[in-house]
Design a protein around this ligand. Sequence first.
Ligand SMILES: [Zn+2]
Length: 169
Amino acid sequence: MSTDSGVDDGAAIVDRLVAASVVRLDESTDDLALTETFRTDLRRRIDQVGDDPTRYLALLLEADPDALSVDAGGDGVSVRDGSGASTRTVGEWPSKAALVADVAAFVALGEWLPAFEELDGAERDELVARLRAFLETCPICDGALIEESDAEEATVPAISCDDCGAALF
Ligand SMILES: [Zn+2]
């Protein structure tokens, strides 16, 4: 038997999302898309998290929200935890929109995906990033997301909001 059952395998990750009814195959386009119910739930989470993503991130990380600082620079957003002896970067995102999307996805997947809590950090990050790729509208302004055509060398296409310009990837 040859099995390649690593959960970091892209197909296995998508299988998990399909099995949990997060993602389904759209018969008309033959493409994967978020299910209506998950999309609605994620939208609700995005609205909930959007005002103060750092507070929700702190809850997920079991960190002290007052110790988290957000640095928004030209290259995106990074969140640091200053509670320890030395300040530690807990995550980096291309924009606040991407941060909001990931925190919302994290909360939603925790409810939708059995055993999400038991996955290790890298697997959860991978699932959350996969989910971000299924977004159709901007988490901040609801604008349409467009693919940059000049990103030939990138393995993941650069995706940004047509309205506010926030980079999602
Ligand atoms: Zn936008």
